[in-house]
Design a protein around this ligand. Structure first.
Ligand code: SAM
Length: 483
């Protein structure tokens, strides 16, 4: 069944994904850009907000942990991979690039294991490390299985650097074997631009077989034109940063092309660094099965929202979510291991948008928002706070002050521990928010425990906004100068 995993892909791959069980892998890992990628916030009216959370970091150093990973490669990887990594270690040295390559190498070995003999892998990277990664891929997947270096070309706002502007990413396409059975749907992906049709208009190019049925790389037949096969330079507009749900979000058109080229309906697509799930929603649209992995609940939350808003799919019912807490013990473990991940996971249970400032700025007392509309042209807010430790009546009063300060309509306090009687009394004393449109009263301050949420409880509000539907429309055209 389609599954979203929360956690480190190395552990998930080893624990859950069987040998040769995946037909197509697309991976878009951090590129070693020495940058922190921040999730920027917009209000429902599209206005940017000041708040941001560091979604993921892309800075690498040689640490004890990296040394351990390197040792694990030496102990268990195939001999030629060990030789390559030893050569890299001598040549590159124990620096940031070597740390990055070590992280990538151990995961690529696992990805090779899970890929079916007829399957393909597309590794998305950029010129910072693509030349090293090509050597790693050649060693793990075999030089003979290298199919293409795809250049994804896009445009950005011109920057006055004293060199040519960098406007492309690199996608390394390998197959697991060079078997004739491997999937490649070239005929589905013909280019039919006016200029191509003018130049090659009389021909239809059929890849695979000539008239006598003999297999050839390509044969030209005088037939109605379908265009020409795509080449390895793809001009596709980026998702403009202002419209991104997640930093580094890739365009759906790019993923659609990869999935259509190298898989058939019902085959299994894996994205082990899935971010806001572009590969997953495309796989869903194209009727493939999918597996997605990400190490942050910020990403898994966005994917859940996207699947809900685009396809009406609910987690646990229409697809599985693995490695997120399923009970109170799991919730306590997550809270202990990472307070922020716990917070973002808890917010996902009520479909709230996270707002915590993990790195930037002062504590605003706001962990998330629920946006709803019960009046034409206006949106209203419920402010959400998540508490993983002991709670007291002071927490109710503090959140109540934030609600007043922010001119919000309601406050929702999610707690891991059971609220005291004094807290319940204080919350009840805050009265009701009256929705004229729905002719209903909603408690102005709501206290809900994680246990109740896991049992299906939800805050009582007018229907909340569906914020992820826009992702579909967020694709830019080629010349997008919005950055
Ligand atoms: C470049 S983004 C992917 C963006 C994605 N292609 C999209 O369109 O939204 C890389 C993602 O990898 C995740 N990530 C980084 N290290 C990981 C790991 N070890 N296991 C799983 N996910 C990881 C990050 O949290 C981030 O969401």
């Amino acid at each position: 069944m389609n599954t979203l995993y929360y956690g480190d892909n190395l552990e998930i791959l080893r624990k859950y994904i069987k040998d040769e069980s995946v037909d197509l892998i697309y991976l878009d890992p951090p590129f070693k850009s020495n940058t922190d990628y921040n999730l920027l916030f917009k209000e429902p009216n599209g206005k940017p907000s000041q708040a941001q959370i560091t979604a993921f970091e892309d800075t690498w150093h040689w640490t004890q942990e990296t040394e351990r990973t390197y040792q694990a490669i030496v102990e268990s990887a195939p001999a030629k991979v060990i030789e390559m990594m030893q050569a890299f270690r001598n040549f590159v040295g124990l620096n940031d690039m070597m740390a990055y390559l070590t992280m990538m190498c151990i995961r690529l070995v696992e990805l090779h294991r899970v890929l079916a003999p007829t399957g393909s892998i597309y590794l998305h990277c950029d010129p910072t490390a693509s030349h090293y990664l090509k050597l790693v891929m050649d060693t793990i997947f075999g030089k003979k299985n290298f199919r293409n270096e795809i250049l994804w070309h896009y445009r950005k706002w011109p920057s006055g650097q004293w060199q040519f502007q960098r406007n492309h990413d690199v996608i390394l396409f390998f197959s697991k074997t060079d078997s004739k059975e491997r999937v490649f749907n070239q005929v589905d992906l013909m280019e039919r631009t006016a200029s191509t049709l003018k130049r090659f208009g009389k021909h239809r190019i059929v890849s695979g077989h000539d008239d006598s049925g003999k297999r050839v790389p390509s044969a030209m037949l005088e037939e109605e034109s379908l265009g020409v096969p795509l080449d390895d330079v793809w001009d596709i507009g980026r998702v403009p940063p202002i419209k991104q749900l997640f930093p580094t979000q890739k365009p759906e058109k790019l993923l659609s092309r990869i999935i259509r080229a190298s898989s058939n309906e019902n085959q299994v697509i894996l994205d082990p660094f899935c971010g806001c799930g572009t590969a997953i929603v495309e796989a869903q649209k194209l009727r493939r099965q999918w597996l997605g992995i990400d190490i942050t609940c910020l990403a898994t939350n966005l994917i859940k929202g996207r699947l809900r808003d685009m396809f009406g799919m609910e987690s646990g019912k229409d697809y599985l979510v693995e490695c997120e807490p399923k009970d109170l013990t799991g919730a306590r473990e997550l809270a202990q291991s990472d307070r922020y991940q716990f917070q973002w996971w808890a917010l996902s249970l009520i479909h709230a948008k996270p707002y915590a400032e993990k790195k930037k700025g002062a504590d605003t007392g706001i962990d998330g928002y629920l946006y709803f509309s019960d009046e034409k042209g206006a949106y209203k807010t419920a402010i959400v706070q998540v508490k993983s430790g002991n709670v007291s009546v002071k927490d109710v009063r503090d959140l109540s002050h934030v609600v007043t300060r922010e001119h919000a309509e309601m406050g929702v306090l999610l707690t891991l521990n059971t609220p005291t009687a004094a807290m319940k009394k204080e919350a009840a004393g805050m009265g009701f928010y009256e929705s004229k449109h729905f002719r209903r009263e909603y408690p102005k301050f709501q206290l809900i425990t994680i246990d109740q949420l896991l049992g299906g409880a939800k805050p009582l509000t007018p229907p909340v906004f569906r914020i992820y539907r826009q992702a579909q429309q967020a694709e830019s055209e080629q010349l997008d100068l919005a950055e």
